[in-house]
Write a protein that binds this ligand. Structure first.
Ligand SMILES: N[C@@H](CCC(=O)N[C@@H](CS)C(=O)NCC(=O)O)C(=O)O
Length: 315
C-alpha cells in the first residue's frame, strides 16, 4: 500500500492519524471516452472509442473495478476493450503484475507495478495508484480512473462499434438512480471501507451504524421487486451488487461489519443471487482474488495474512 509523491513511489498506509477516520481521495484522471470523441458532460477532454485502442486495468478483488468489468461484460465489449488484471496482493509496491492465476503480464510497457503506468502517463504525479484504470494505448495516457465515470462511458461509447444493446443509466430514471447511488455510495460502498479502515471506536461506529440502516432500507426497497430503480437492471443495481457479493466473505469479518450478514436479509440475498444469474456476471466474480486480497493486503488489520476458510459460499 502506498502512493506516488512527485513521481516517486512511497510505501505508506492510509493516514488516519487525525481523527481515526478513513477519507477516500478523489480520483486524479477524469477525461471522457465517447462514441464521437467529444467533450464529457462537464466539458472534460474527449477520447474517441475505437476497437482495441483502450485497455482496462482491474483487480478482480476490487469492488470499484468490478463495476467496470460487469458493464464491459453486459455490453459485450470483450473484444473491443481488452483487460489486464493485477495480482490480488497489494503490499509495499501497491498493485503488481506478479504472475498468478488470472494475472497477465502487463502488455503496454512490461510494467511490474501499476504505478509505472501512472508515472508513464503523468511523470511527477502525486496521488494514489488505484484500479480501475482506463488506458489509451495510442497516446500513452490515462483517460480516467474513476469507476462511476468509466461505467457511464462504457454504457454508450461502443454502441456504434458492435456493443450489445442495453442502457444502464436511462434518461427518465437518472434522477432516481443518482439518489440511490448517493446513499449507497456513502453508507454502503464506501461505508464498509470507512468501518474497516477506522482506527478509533468512534470512527468505526460512525460508519457501521449507517451502513446497517441503509441495508435495512435496501431490504425494504427490494422486497417484492427485482431492481432498485424501475423494472430493469440499472447501474444502481450494479453498484450495490459489487459490495453485497463481498459482504459475507470479507466485510463481515475483516472490516467488522458484523451486525448482520447478507444471508440474514432475504431480499438482499435474493437480489445478489439474481444478479449472479444474469448471463455474464458470474464470470466477473472471483472469490479467490477477493478473499486473498483483503486478508493478505491489509496487514494493519490482519497481520498474519491468514485467509478464513468460510463462510460456505451460497452462490
Ligand atoms: N474512486 C475510485 C476508487 C478506486 C479504489 O480506491 N480502488 C482501490 C482498490 S479496491 C485501490 O486501488 N486502492 C489503492 C490505494 O488506495 O492505494 C473508483 O471508484 O474508481
Amino acid at each position: 500500500m502506498g502512493l506516488l509523491i512527485e513521481g516517486e513511489w512511497h510505501d505508506k498506509w492510509y493516514d488516519t492519524s487525525g481523527d481515526g477516520r478513513f477519507k477516500r481521495e478523489e480520483a486524479s484522471f477524469r477525461d471522457w471516452l465517447s462514441a464521437d470523441g467529444g467533450p464529457g458532460p462537464d466539458g472534460q477532454r474527449g477520447y474517441r472509442a475505437e476497437p482495441g485502442r483502450y485497455r482496462l486495468y482491474v483487480s478482480y478483488a476490487c469492488p470499484w473495478a468490478h463495476r467496470t468489468l460487469i458493464v464491459r461484460a453486459l455490453k459485450g465489449l470483450d473484444d473491443l476493450l481488452p483487460v489486464s488484471v493485477v495480482h490480488w496482493r497489494m503490499r509495499e509496491h501497491g498493485w503488481t503484475f506478479e504472475p498468478g492465476p488470472g494475472v497477465g503480464p502487463e502488455p503496454v510497457m512490461g510494467a511490474r507495478y501499476l504505478h509505472q503506468l501512472y508515472t508513464r502517463a503523468r511523470p511527477g504525479m502525486t496521488g494514489r495508484v488505484t484500479v480501475p484504470l482506463l488506458w489509451d494505448q495510442q497516446t500513452d495516457s490515462i483517460v480516467n480512473n474513476e469507476s462511476s465515470e468509466i461505467i457511464r462511458m462504457l454504457n454508450t461509447a461502443y454502441d456504434g462499434l458492435g456493443a450489445k444493446p442495453g442502457d444502464f443509466y436511462p434518461g427518465p430514471l437518472r434522477a432516481r438512480i443518482d439518489t440511490v447511488n448517493e446513499r449507497v455510495y456513502h453508507t454502503v460502498n464506501n461505508g464498509v471501507y470507512r468501518a474497516g479502515f477506522a482506527t478509533t471506536q468512534e470512527a468505526y461506529e460512525e460508519a457501521v451504524l449507517p451502513l446497517f440502516e441503509t441495508l435495512d432500507w435496501l431490504e425494504q426497497q427490494l422486497s417484492g421487486r427485482d431492481w432498485l430503480v424501475g423494472d430493469a437492471m440499472t447501474e444502481a443495481d450494479i453498484r450495490l451488487f459489487t459490495t453485497l457479493i463481498r459482504f459475507d466473505p470479507v466485510y463481515h469479518g475483516h472490516f467488522k461489519c458484523n451486525l448482520r450478514r447478507i444471508a440474514d436479509y432475504p431480499a438482499l440475498h435474493a437480489f445478489t443471487a439474481r444478479m449472479m444469474g444474469v448471463p455474464g456476471i458470474r464470470d466477473t466474480v472471483h472469490f479467490d482474488h477477493i478473499k486473498r486480497h483483503y486478508y493478505q493486503s491489509h496487514t494493519t488489520i490482519n497481520p498474519t495474512g491468514v485467509v478464513p476458510v468460510g463462510p460456505e459460499q451460497p452462490f
